[in-house]
Design a protein around this ligand. Sequence first.
Ligand code: ADP
Ligand code: MG
Length: 435
Amino acid sequence: MTKNFERFPLKPFILNAIKELRFQKPTEVQERMIPALLNGESAIGQSQTGTGKTHAFLLPIINNIDPTVQEVQAVITAPTRELANQIYQEVLKITKFSEEDQMINARCYVGGTDKQRMIDRLKQQPHIVVGTPGRIKDLMVENALLVHTAKTIVVDEADLMLDMGFIEDVDKIAAAMPEKLQILVFSATIPEKLKPFLRKYMENPKYTHVAPKQITAEKIKHQIIPLKSKSKTKLLHDILVKYNPFLAIVFTNTKKKADEVADSLLEQGLRVGRIHGDLNPRERKKMMKQINDLEFQYVVATDLAARGIDIEGVSHVVNFELPTDLDFYVHRVGRTARADYSGIAVTIYEPSDEAALSHIENLGIQFTQVDLKAGELVEIGPRNKRKNRKKQVNEVDIAAKTAVKKSTKVKPGYKKKHKYEVEQYKKRQRRLKKR
Ligand code: ADP
Ligand code: MG
């Protein structure tokens, strides 16, 4: 069964773990990266969400740990607590197969947990550290966590790290590590602003870019449903009930909206979970566990949940509202159709969303319009775009801006462009705060 993974020089316990994970064969990113990473090479991995990046770095890292040396050998950083936790859980699924007398141990360090207890427990250093950059840096500064022995650092979801302002902390952690360091950076996009960091630490990284065949997984059906006379939360309720999903995630743009929507669904009799930035760490952890235990059929979330988190069995993604940053459409719908499953993404739209929908279509996504008729979901023809002539100007606007942003080599007007980018950055920061 693991024949395909057996081609890699992986230790027997790793192959046993893969067997239990039921991975039949490596994904494309894994195929391309595992051999180089086993050799200690630095690498940048860029591929669409759900393509198995986590194990592309976990398998070689865990394989290369020397269990007889009780010091930190690898540090894995992730932008959110949930993501760090999730990676940590994947680490444990593999390390539990390591030899009893030579157990590889891993720890997870994220904010919102008892720091003193972590420090006390650090009398013995773990082999593998997973965590958010802030907390790892804190433990470093306290001289509790000793990272100067590490051979490898992973920066997962690097573009989000940048957006959230964590790259500085990652920089500080990396700076405390040996000069000869294996750096592994994973990102859906490689923004220009990330490049100084990459240049600082990586001389000749292996660069793997697995171009998506389509921008989102092929097995996702993209549907749109017009909001007409009903209230939006009533329409949401009705389609959720109609889909009767295995597990649906409903996305909103702000924490406030997420609560409103979740409360309204509760009032309408649905059992819903919610996940956003206002939950305290304990609540968030408990919620993630409940979601993974399939206690809910519906979960309302902000984009905090749209990045990197792999909740098993998401069959439907519902956009209660389109994301302000349209790139997030791809991240959101990427929560479904993971690995070998298929999924449905539904967006509730109003006439004012026309420009945004066209923009998403320009990314290569095709929408099918559906509507609830006599209690049944039926396909109706394409939406009427002509009504929205005025809005199409807006669409050109958006396209133009995107294009300008991409042509990074243009020198004239640099200042103006820079100012624009700064504004965009600030906007993004403000938005992130609301999640
Ligand atoms: P990414 O980081 O690229 O978004 P993940 O690492 O979260 O993707 O992987 C997505 C899903 O695919 C996870 O559920 C993971 O367990 C599964 N997966 C990873 N590698 C394989 C494989 N070789 N075969 C089958 N499933 C895999
Ligand atoms: Mg990932």
